[in-house]
Design a protein around this ligand. Structure first.
Ligand code: CA
Ligand code: CA
Length: 334
């Protein structure tokens, strides 16, 4: 397997692709699409950034402060992203491929239009991330699981298969930006102090599911107790204390913060992931519909994951943010 794919696989312990994604979903009350475009003002303040109880890269926890900011109520949807593409003619990296001039450090096989898709192993195959991930030519936001897949009827689902640059371009079109990791984590905590999850201490699937995650033994058995094998329309699970949806699970979300393996050091603008040294990495937050109790467990506000900024995946999306001051301007206000 190509080293880039292997590095990607090893660095994303929580990401899996399910071919049955988003089909045959049960009827349930989800947020109306009109509300998916709304934003929420968050009053800044002090909080404990990180957590010392789980993965090493979540610590050391430190007292931090964020200023007032504004953030999307939900992940950006396919419908919202389509509006951007239709208004601007924007072509995502996975659709156009990556030029050598723009991305000199990427091998030629990853320059062709396409993106990463997880292929679930058969029961008789070893459970290894290095064999799960495939770079699929033709996979992009319009065809998230590769050629033959489609987003028809999935306007309310989060857009995926966007690299950091694509997410940034969308945000800038609206006069907004991507959230920092601190802002994202503060928002995801919903005002709770030091809680394990966005809603408190209860496990995600104790009683009614609180987020779109994976129930059952990953990667072989998705029991689908929360009603969604793959991603779900945004806002199908309860909001947190700030009125935000799906900061836990559904799809991972880009932040604008370079990733480092701890919170002690500054790893510079390129970030640093020991699994893929030399690769520019940003921090993902929130986990996805593929995070399970037996694997990953990154469906907590403090959890984080490195992501190669030039690599799109079938369950990485984003939401946008802005400084509060921006909201007083007529330009770019949603
Ligand atoms: Ca699920
Ligand atoms: Ca999410």
């Amino acid at each position: 397997m190509n080293i880039r794919a292997i590095n990607f696989s090893l660095s994303i312990f929580c990401i899996f692709f399910v071919t049955a994604c988003s089909e045959d979903q049960p009827t349930m009350a989800c947020l109306p699409e009109s509300e998916a475009g709304q934003t929420v003002n968050i009053s800044g303040g002090e909080f404990t950034f990180g957590d010392n109880r789980y993965y090493p890269d979540e610590g050391p926890a430190k007292e931090s402060r964020v200023a007032d900011f504004n953030i999307d109520k939900t992940e950006v949807t396919n419908g919202q992203f389509r509006e951007f593409v239709e208004a601007t003619g924007y072509v995502t990296a996975a659709e156009r491929g990556l030029s050598e001039e723009e991305f000199p450090n990427i091998s030629s096989e990853f320059r062709v239009p396409g993106s990463m898709v997880f292929v679930a192993p058969n029961l008789d195959q070893p459970s290894s991330p290095a064999t799960w991930w495939r770079f699929i030519p033709g996979a992009n936001w319009r065809h998230p699981e590769g050629p033959g897949s489609s987003i028809t009827g999935r306007d309310a689902f989060p857009v995926v298969q966007v690299i950091h640059l694509d997410a940034e371009a969308y945000a800038q079109w609206l006069g907004r930006r991507l959230p920092s990791e601190a802002e994202w984590e503060y928002a995801s905590r919903g005002g709770l102090k030091g809680a394990t999850f966005s809603w408190g201490e209860e496990l995600p699937d104790n009683g009614r599911s609180k987020a779109n995650t994976w129930q059952g033994h990953f990667p072989y058995n998705n029991m689908n107790e929360d009603g969604f094998i793959g991603s779900s329309p945004v806002g199908c699970f309860g909001a947190n204390g700030y009125g935000l949806y799906d900061t836990t699970g559904n799809v991972w979300e880009w932040t604008d913060t370079p990733y480092g393996p701890d919170r002690k050091h500054n790893y510079g603008s390129q970030g640093y992931d020991p699994q893929q040294p030399g690769v520019t990495v940003k921090t993902l937050k929130g986990g996805s519909f593929l995070c399970s109790d037996n694997y990953c467990q990154r469906f907590r506000p403090a959890a984080r994951q490195a992501q190669d900024t030039t690599l799109a995946s079938s369950h990485i999306g984003f939401r946008t943010a802005s400084d509060i001051e921006v909201l007083s301007s007529p330009i770019g206000v949603k």
